[in-house]
Design a protein around this ligand. Structure first.
Ligand SMILES: *Cc1c(COP(=O)(O)O)cnc(C)c1O
Length: 240
């Protein structure tokens, strides 16, 4: 299967999931996660019509981004989806348009500072660790709806991050537990959606984006309200 065929197949699956969930396919942004893939492969996906690409390592991203941008026909929006060490915030701001993996106030402050210095606005999603797994990054969100101290911490961090200049918080991001049962995955996604609704209500701020769902679980994510799905393997094949 070529990358072009894969793009078509994923878009068809998105349309089918949207039909089941009574949603408009244009409400879903497909972010192609191109980590470990070459500039040529990324350009092939861009040629097939994709405009959003995600990388999970700062060095790899900043090396490939200018090369892709130079050869791509249309404008590409670059998403950072992996953990960013605060000391790399400056490089991130230079290469990426959106950081989906804002997982600490410290990182948010540095991203804001460099965005301000570069006179640009950086999009941001708060990454939330909904499942509570110790191996996952993200602001602690496990049991936020019944643990008042988790909720208070999360609300305080969200309000401080939202107040930072040149960083525009547009929504939330999470990852479901790897290889979990469907009902567990569905619960994590529904939980992120409820959290988004609660934050948007309490802050009286729109938080339109819900970034959830990857190759193995994006159909469930769409049924649970995802507006952004992050797909690697289904588009580019296995990472070797
Ligand atoms: C790699 C990665 C993805 C894509 O995963 P696939 O299973 O290949 O679709 C999505 N989100 C993040 C944060 C990733 O690191």
């Amino acid at each position: 299967m070529s990358i072009r065929d894969n793009v078509k197949r994923v878009q068809d699956c998105i349309a089918a999931s949207c039909a089941r969930a009574d949603r408009d396919p244009s409400s879903i942004t497909l972010v192609a996660v191109s980590k470990l893939k070459t500039v040529a492969e990324i350009l092939e996906a861009a040629d097939a019509g994709l405009q959003h690409f995600g990388e999970n390592r700062v060095e790899e991203g900043v090396e490939k981004i200018p090369q892709v941008n130079e050869s791509a026909r249309g404008k590409i929006t670059w998403h950072m989806v992996g953990h960013v060490q605060s000391r790399k915030a400056k490089q991130v701001v230079q290469g990426f348009d959106i950081v989906q993996s804002v997982d600490s106030l410290k990182l948010a402050k540095r991203l804001s500072r460099f965005a301000l210095e570069n006179d640009r606005v950086l999009g941001a999603h708060l990454e939330i660790n909904i499942s509570g797994e110790a191996s996952k990054y993200g602001l602690a969100g496990y049991n936020w709806y019944r643990d008042n101290s988790v909720k208070a911490d999360l609300w305080r961090q969200a309000s401080e991050i939202a107040a930072l200049p040149n960083l525009e918080v547009r929504g939330l991001m999470t990852m479901a537990p790897y290889g979990a049962e469907e009902k567990t995955i569905r619960r994590v996604f529904a939980n992120l959606r409820d959290l988004r609704d609660a934050l948007a209500r309490d802050f009286a701020a729109p938080l339109p984006e819900l970034s959830m769902g990857m190759t193995d679980d994006y159909e469930i994510a769409i049924e649970e309200g995802a507006t952004m799905i992050r797909i690697g393997r289904a588009l580019f094949g296995e990472r070797v």
